[in-house]
Design a protein around this ligand. Sequence first.
Ligand code: 5AD
Ligand code: SF4
Length: 471
Amino acid sequence: MNKPEMKEEKKRNKDILDVVDYKLDPSLVNKYNGMTFFIKTYGCQMNEHDTEILSGLLSQMGLIEVRDYENSDIVILNTCSIRENANNKAYGMLGRLKHIKEENPNLIIGICGCMAQEENVVNEIIRRHKYVNFIIGTHNMHDLCNILDKSITSKNLEIEVLSKADKQVENMPVIRSNNFSAYVNIIYGCDKFCTYCIVPYTRGEQYSRKKEDILKEVDELVKDGYKEIILLGQNVNAYGKDLYKDYNLGNLLEDVAKKNIQRIRFLTSHPWDFTDNMIDIISKYKNIMPNIHLPVQSGSNKILKLMGRRYNIEEYKKLFDKLKNARENMTISTDIIVGFPQESEEDFKNTLDLVDYCKYDNAFTFIYSERSGTPACKLNDSVPMNIREERLQRLNEKVNKYFKENNDKLVGSTQKVLVYGKSTKENMYYGYSENYKLINFTSKNIINDGDIINVKITHSKTWSLDGEECE
Ligand code: 5AD
Ligand code: SF4
């Protein structure tokens, strides 16, 4: 058994990790032929991509993925712990699985992802959720097949969670969720330690993937006909800092942009690590999409300081303007937290003022959630929950107003849309414009997922646009 320790997770040792190729123990190949699995994914795009890898790993053992957890032999929760409600969702699902297991004692239940790295969660599962079969951490996800096999054989709760990564594993099998848009990890972990955030503990130290390994993966995706590549990391703008003296996200973006790929996106960007050179590359290469996620978190310098964000609002606005001017049609989205400890009404109004300045095209807004063990938990003067809720509502009213106003301006324009599939609306398809507007549209032609087509915008809503295919 290996349990996570938050004290260890916090340490940074700056070692360069060995890179090894994934290999499944030959005795496990197809060992569980025909058994079924279901993975429930919570949280961010990194987790979505991890699920694609988990599916790839399990498939090598002969397991088959199903869409219905109630009739699956194995259910894995790929968890998120960014806010308390993410943890609560996973606990709710565990409750449902407990009932299913009472009927079907052979059900195998596994937990992976960020919650598995939380010391208190693992202790809680040992104490109160003994029906779980295995817990595997974010740093040894590649060991899934061994741990699953061990838990099936031993029938005990197997816990294998490392507090720190001990190697980087390349060439893991992956079953991608579609054949036109692909996630590619470029950097793992985060060293920013924003005071509210649990990610530097659950995802650990910042480690970049070698540029050769990334570019090889991109080459394979190009060969397989992918149209879009989304470069992923908790803070992609720190790419390369731990590995190279003179190769950063700008260089990587340029190398990827020179490949024959139509759409390149990257997320998430910390404003602190955005350089002019990166902005120059974004303006130069038209296959880098004009949409950037630039979390601001708060519009108050006092709160930004308490959050440990390393920039002030004047610097943020300057960067925002530079990015906005880097490309025609550039859209910028953000993350904002309300109700951080000591946030006064005046601080909150500064956030509203910032939204008036930036007029974001999209914003993810959150109520501050205490994460045990993070420095912000120790701050006094927490904001009462009713005030946090009221501020969230006021903020949402403002951000929604700008989403709609920005969308209104696009009515009558023609947008190039990458088709994602049939819309939930009857006789409509949906996809994303270059600047990441969600577009529902009609067409008289046969449309395939992954096509890139022109759509004339006919109607705007707060979160989406309607249109019809045009020449
Ligand atoms: N409470 C609320 N929101 C949080 N985020 C990260 N940690 C917390 C927290 N403790 C938000 C930030 C981040 C996004 C992914 O989640 O806005 O950018
Ligand atoms: Fe969390 Fe800050 Fe790292 Fe983003 S940059 S993952 S908010 S610590």
